[in-house]
Design a protein around this ligand. Structure first.
Ligand code: ADP
Ligand code: 5GP
Length: 194
């Protein structure tokens, strides 16, 4: 049998607070999925106990622009006004080149651009919160953002949810164990395809 050494690409997207990081962190230790997390670069400041090189590569706005101008990103977006996020080409190569499947957490526009670029090698999954009130509760309970940031994220959530039908799969994150189980099955089916 022929094995392609280049891993596949699994793209997660959702409104902030839907639980995508929580789901991704539960999936990564599952060895049979062979997942490697793509660490994005961002111009925002670390939140809570986030560390440079773990959750993100934290760059200044100027460093971010310089890398964008040099063409170092596969994609990047100004997700919130004045705050940029991007996927470095070196990250994609580091993970998929070693045969692992790449998991990325990107905004809705980034997700659809990556899907367009990689086609059938990529799978896009939208994590849907059960409803708006639950989303708001989760953002507040997380306790990592200021009131202003929470409101900014909630305002954007409806726009983000309007993109859900363009994704390959939608997983509703109501009960966490059920959502993780469903995502696991979707990914297993996808990576088992020739
Ligand atoms: P995102 O990465 O989409 O912004 P997080 O993974 O940070 O969201 O989740 C937001 C908050 O909601 C966290 O405090 C997380 O523990 C909590 N959470 C995630 N999924 C669930 C769930 N199914 N039920 C209850 N709380 C959840
Ligand atoms: P947060 O600040 O909550 O970590 O992330 C804010 C938003 O930026 C989320 O929607 C997240 O998916 C998105 N994001 C994170 N990394 C990237 C990236 O590399 N590219 C794009 N386009 N969006 C990203």
């Amino acid at each position: 049998m022929f094995y392609d050494m280049e891993g596949k690409i699994i793209i997660f997207s959702a409104p902030s607070g839907s639980g995508k990081s929580t789901i991704i962190n539960r999936l990564i230790p599952n060895g049979s999925l062979s997942l490697g997390f793509s660490i994005s670069a961002t111009s925002r400041k670390p939140r809570g106990d986030e560390k440079h090189g773990k959750e993100y590569y934290f760059l200044t706005e100027e460093e971010f622009r310089r890398k964008a101008d040099a063409g170092d990103f596969v994609e990047w977006e100004e997700v919130y006004q004045g705050v940029c996020y991007g996927t470095l080409e070196s990250e994609v190569k580091r993970i998929t080149g070693g045969g692992q499947n790449l998991v990325m957490d990107v905004d809705v526009k980034g997700a659809l651009n990556i899907k367009k670029r990689y086609g059938s090698r990529a799978l896009s999954i939208f994590i849907m919160p059960p409803d708006k009130i639950t989303l708001e509760k989760r953002l507040r309970n997380r306790g990592t953002d200021s009131e202003e940031v929470i409101e900014k994220r909630l305002r954007k959530s409806e726009y983000e949810m309007s993109f859900a039908p363009e994704f390959d799969k939608i997983v509703v994150n109501d009960n966490l164990d059920d959502a993780v189980f469903e995502a696991e099955k979707i990914i297993m089916d996808f990576i088992s395809e020739e």
